[in-house]
Design a protein. Sequence first.
Length: 422
Amino acid sequence: MRELYPGDQGIFVRYLQLALRRAGQQVALDGIFGPKTCGAVEQVTGSSGHCVVEDAQWNLLLPYLKGYVTHTVAAGDSLYQIAKLHGTTVEAVREANPGVSTENLTIGSVLVVPLPFPLVATDVPYSSQLVEWIVEGLQARYPYLETGRIGQSVMGSPLWYLKLGNGPTEVTYNASFHANESITTPVLLKFAEELLEAYAKESTYRDVYTEHLFEEFSLYLIPLVNPDGVDLVNGALESGRFYRQAARIAQNYPQIPFPDGWKANIQGVDLNLQFPAGWEEAKRIKFAQGYVTPAPRDYVGVIPLCTPESIAMYQFTRSRDFALILAYHTQGEVIYWKFLDYNPAGSHEIALYFSNVSGYRVEETPTASGYAGYKDWFIQEYDRPGYTIEAGLGENPLAMGQFDRIYADNVGILLGGMTQLE
């Protein structure tokens, strides 16, 4: 983990402050390692007079970012006592440890104990590291959640997937194809957490029976398609050869703010212009606009599927039998549903339903952006419903202050991606 010192600023200081808040300290999430943050570190870690956050301090703080601790069972322990010790509930402990009860506790066995707060943060910028912590934490809290990797990025970061349910109808949603659109990542992760929580409680979610969803559908979420680019934009990548490479690429396009205007992967290839669905036309359009070399945005690459991220998405999609896909982007509050003259059965009707539950407009993709996207390729390849959802309003990257509204607008779409197939 990255060492932090008083005076440091940035995204990892925000994660430190998030952990401290969850541990009960009153600190601002301002990303500045000032005196109050220093005092909170000393209070939580017991390291009086030592404000440096090294491995020892991170090890004490990481449970507040992963959302769970482990507890070694001792003589006389009960689930009630274990839950009370960590401020959580017996039900949460049981959910994380299937089959465990006070009567069958074994001295020396290790239990996962979920901590009493929602795991998915909605008030800090995202990075590949935060996503990794959340994926680990969700799987620990809900051991029947399937998680894994569909591949890795240029820099070797995992491209995680989460699978909810075991039903015969498969659907998939993805987020953060574009580096400066990472507010879409917690949209999918929060949806997963809330569905899992409702399923664990055997309750409905927004009037939908979660048990029915898990029995009828297999929902695959890819929350972070472009981890390297997101890390660059949000400040988790501040040095090293890949950062220097990106900075050199950006110098060739001075009209694009760096790093806020960066949409591409770390090599300067726009991942949503990488699919074999009118790629040559996309190349013609983007070259005419001046994007003829690796760029912060809109460079199509030398050939389709020349990046590890786009190849992973292509191969993963080909390996499944998805009935519908959602690709989350920002911004504009628009639903794009067509590719060329393809009109998959039910596709327009589902788009209108999405519009009704979200307030977003239904439109056809503008010609300048209407080729070589993941949604375009899916529709062309399978003749099934595929949608690009442009969430939120404003200039990318959208501030996390928009999250609550974006999430509220999109829950109906996220649920409808399954229920409207029935």
